[in-house]
Design a protein around this ligand. Sequence first.
Ligand code: SD4
Length: 336
Amino acid sequence: MTDRRNFLRLSALGTGAVLTAQACSEHALVESNPTLQPETAPAMKETPIVVSTWKHGITANLAAWNLLQSGGYALDAVEAGVRVAESDVENRSVGLGGYPDKEGKVTLDACIMNEKSNCGAVAFLQDIENPVSVARKVLDETPHVMLVGKGALDFALAKGFEKRNLLVPEAEEAWKKWMEGSNYTPPPINTENHDTIGMLAIDSSGRISGACTTSGAAYKMHGRVGDSPIIGAGLFLDSDVGAACATGLGEAVIRVSGSAMVVELMRQGHAPEEACKIVVERIINKLGDMTHIQVGFLALNKHGEYGGYSVYNGFNFALKTGTREALIDCPFNRKW
Ligand code: SD4
């Protein structure tokens, strides 16, 4: 966890990174650039651009960037990007290798949305490694927005996706251990227990897209669906304004239509970080007791400005543009 709280200097950028004083960022790390003064660095608008939640966003961003740098479509980029996290067997919160629910089943939620407000989503999907690509098929090839459970699985199989056991031995072992002493009470979603990937991108033609994918809360009730596949909660965008995504306790995010609210606040003129902060504060005010409940939002406006904010320390996001690559720690409301 320490690395999440610390700034990361990525080797691709070499040395000499400086801390800026931009909004999200006495916490932000930018690459060395002699023309950038810390105080003026905030004018960070550059497209194409991709941002994504958590440290695993670094490698996911690179997959997205492969497409973005050659003029590719933002929607293809976010799909390719988050697939990396889904297929990462070490990632316990997304796709293959994710923690199971309390019945020992890995169930996945994902959604994807493009600049025309077309979207696709799947929820409570089992045995498919890359739910975001099933969501993409829902977007591209159905008149619907969301498919769930067996319907989503049948659809995926009909589209040629292959079944795969997503429960890896390490996650199964952890689940069995949890069963012994848990009293069947799911652990809190805190900084140790969630890594959903949300990714937002603008391509070189100015098209904005987003994707969000997760295995959800560890040891959740069977059938539980969180915010991540819900357009407006885990992800939302409007090409007139920008995009936002969420990570953390889905139930808290859904209750305030979190990502949609962030976008609406940006529409009213708030900077991305400020918009995220207002929604986090709204959640804190509504829930009252935030003990062990982490929620974080990440936002990107149509100009390429970005920011994030969370309830507790520890939330960060990965950034990639043509000149910058960084993991950025977000400001937060309260100490862990
Ligand atoms: C959920 N929001 O299912 C997800 C969990 C999460 O990082 O964000 N994990 O509630």
